[in-house]
Design a binder for this molecule. Structure first.
Ligand SMILES: Nc1ncnc2c1ncn2[C@@H]1O[C@H](COP(=O)(O)OP(=O)(O)OP(=O)(O)O)[C@@H](O)[C@H]1O
Length: 549
């Protein structure tokens, strides 16, 4: 085959350069031209245009379809700064193995305590190609082992955790897309995964810190025996609250909601609370006011709760600070103590110690001698110390944190107060606007009984059992809590026996009620003891005797 014309010319020109000196001349001329060209480019072209031309020439020679032109690497560490976990790291940590667990040969695998599913984790140096729409990115997991890195990173964060990191690499041209859509996508996927597997937690306060434990309360709105309209109103209120993030922002209100649930013991306050918790899927912080040491303690307790949580304060009437002050003064007048002669220091201390709360200490003729004056200062100090111990927190502290402090810390918060005695509470605590919704739970009536009969015996109305109608009639004339009805229904699995027992119980209760009314009419105090049902609503739940038959 004959070579082409151009190739013939090219080879003939090269055949003219025969000696080494000729080769050197060609090289010298080429180098000089290149130096001149470079100087001209540097002198006359602005840097931006220069780098544009260079990057285009580079991509002309080095770009291959499907390969990156310039790689960007984002480093995602476990901690952002000291003690501040990087949520993006957590997200990638869960997102990545979930995506690749079916494709990879090497994965760490385990079962975590309290979790139902098997956990996967990637091993160090592992790469994972991922695709978002039309772009490709690479995730790499690095567990830092070199002594140098361990030293620097470990020293900064003081935690081994930080030695691990993910690196996300992608083509420079995808920079905006990665930051605006891929990373939010990973975060959203992680949130959805967490919601799906979330085990609710109840936090209780011990030793000045919240301690979490698992919360598995079976109560749901469907299982609650209460007025159907009220139930629906609560569900609607919760739904409205959840979807109104933008609304709260627009009107400048903190995204929070307060509920006051009140009613006699056994009407389902705790059950309603648990139903709300399960409905919202929020963690619970159970605050026992009687354990709170001071206003500061209260503030810390509230500040250390998380977003999307419910702060629960049960039996709020059980602490004096929440009581109606006007009523308090009527029932407890302060006591007076008179300290006339002060002997030695220990006498002074024991005298002050043995005074009670809400008392007035009188020291007469304080100016009579120097010693007494000195002692009176000691008395003041002692009193101050003891009063500091006895004053835990004030009602104003409580109200402040409901309105101000609590509002300003975090979002999507709910607070629930419960009480058996709404009449005992300070009006300031229950005035309109303080709590967003007041929920009154009352005795079991026909509608409530329908739910309980369905829950406990699988009976759905009067067509299922002849005694249902009679029971509904009796309930309208007696005051029985859902807790008591539920107890009766649990006594036997046989519906005839169980419902028969409930009928007898309600008849006895009705008769006893009529008898009490008669006795009271004759000027004596009525006795509920005939009923063999004792409910002392004045005692806190823990101290109340169990309802007995
Ligand atoms: N409205 C209700 N619907 C369904 N079950 C209820 C209801 N009220 C009470 N019960 C049953 O009675 C038990 C006690 O109820 P719960 O503790 O919710 O009442 P409470 O009003 O919170 O009582 P307390 O004031 O004594 O704390 C529950 O475990 C539940 O089985």
């Amino acid at each position: 085959m004959r070579p082409s014309l151009s190739l013939q010319r090219f080879t003939s020109s090269f055949s003219n350069i025969q000696s080494a000196s000729s080769w050197f001349e060609v090289y010298a001329a080429f180098s000089t031209s290149m130096i001149l060209l470079r100087t001209a480019v540097n002198d006359f072209l602005p840097p931006a245009i220069r780098s544009f031309i260079i990057s285009n020439i580079k991509s002309l020679f080095f770009h291959r379809p499907g390969q990156f032109s310039q790689i960007i690497s984002l480093q995602i560490n476990g901690y952002w700064e000291v003690g501040q976990k990087n949520e993006l790291y957590e997200a990638v940590k869960d997102y990545m193995p979930a995506k690749i667990c079916h494709e990879y040969n090497t994965l760490r695998i385990g079962k975590l305590q309290g979790k139902e599913n098997i956990a996967f984790a990637v091993t160090s140096g592992q790469k994972f190609e991922d695709a978002f729409e039309d772009m490709k990115v690479t995730w790499t997991f690095n567990s830092v082992t070199s002594q140098e890195n361990v030293k620097t990173i470990g020293n900064i964060y003081g935690n081994n955790y930080e030695k691990n990191m993910f690196v996300l690499s992608f083509d420079e041209k995808h920079r905006d897309k990665v930051l605006e859509s891929s990373i939010p996508y990973v975060l959203n996927t992680y949130k959805a995964m967490k919601e799906g597997e979330k085990v609710l937690k109840i936090h209780t306060r011990t030793g000045g810190a919240w301690t979490p434990s698992e919360l598995r309360h079976p109560s749901t709105f469907e299982k609650l025996a209460m007025d159907p309209e009220l139930k629906q109103a609560i569900i609607d209120d919760l739904n409205r609250f959840l979807r109104r993030k933008e609304f709260y922002k627009r009107v400048g209100k903190a995204w929070k909601r307060g509920y006051l649930i009140y009613g006699p013991p056994g009407t389902g306050k705790s059950s309603l609370m648990a139903a709300m918790v399960n409905y919202l899927n929020f963690d619970v912080y159970d605050l026992q006011l009687s354990h709170v040491q001071s206003c500061l303690d209260l503030e810390i307790a509230v500040r250390t709760t998380t977003n999307r949580s419910i702060l629960v304060i049960e039996d709020i009437d059980c602490i004096e600070e929440t009581h109606d002050r006007s009523k308090l003064q009527l029932i407890s007048q302060p006591s007076y103590y008179k300290l006339s002669s002060i002997g030695c220091d220990s006498q002074l201390m024991s005298a002050v110690r043995t005074t009670s709360n809400r008392s007035i200490l009188v020291i007469e003729d304080i100016d009579c001698n120097e010693e007494t004056q000195k002692r009176s200062t000691q008395v003041e100090d002692q009193m101050l110390q003891f009063s500091k111990k006895s004053v835990k927190f004030t009602l104003s502290g409580l109200l402040n944190y409901i309105d101000g402090l609590w509002s300003s810390c975090g979002e999507e918060r709910i607070i629930i107060f419960t009480t058996n005695h709404i009449d005992k509470l300070d009006p300031a605590l229950i005035r309109p606007g303080r709590m967003d919704m007041h929920i009154n739970l009352s005795y079991c009536k026909a509608q409530g009984f329908k739910t309980l009969a369905s829950n406990y015996l699988g009976i759905h109305g009067s067509h299922d059992h002849p005694l249902v109608k009679e029971i509904e009639g009796l309930l309208e004339k007696t005051e029985v809590t859902p807790a008591v009805v539920a107890e009766e229904l649990m006594k036997n699995e046989n519906a005839d026996i169980s419902l028969g027992g409930l009928v007898n119980f309600l008849k006895r209760k009705k008769m006893a009620g009529e008898h009490d009314m008669k006795v009271v009419g004759e000027g004596q105090e009525g006795k509920g003891d005939d009923l063999q049902v004792k409910e002392d609503a004045n005692l806190p739940k823990s101290k109340r005797p169990k309802i007995v038959e």
